[in-house]
Design a protein. Structure first.
Length: 94
């Protein structure tokens, strides 16, 4: 399997975990700290807003991979960043 594709699959799993942890935080009275995502959630609702934004982001990365324009460093950085987000989220769940 292509290394970038494997890292993209990890990214998809991380997006699912981020969705779940963000949902739990907001459902328990917490707030989204990312101002762009906060606006998306206010505009489209919690589930639709988060899932739509994540689907668009994942689709964009897969299109970049498919067109051979996704640099290895970018997907590594994205995976590492989302591991940090998920750790922060898990610590924030009340």
């Amino acid at each position: 399997m292509d290394l970038i594709l494997a890292l993209l699959l990890v990214f998809v799993v991380l997006q699912i975990l981020d969705f779940y942890t963000t949902y739990k935080i907001i459902s328990n009275g917490g707030q989204e700290l990312n101002p762009v995502m906060r606006w998306v959630i206010q505009k489209f609702g919690l589930v639709t807003g988060i899932s739509s934004a994540k689907a668009i982001f994942v689709a964009m990365l897969f299109l970049l991979w498919y067109s051979s324009k996704l640099p290895l460093w970018f997907i590594i950085a994205a995976d590492v960043a989302y591991v940090g987000v998920i750790i922060f989220n898990y610590k924030s769940i009340k």
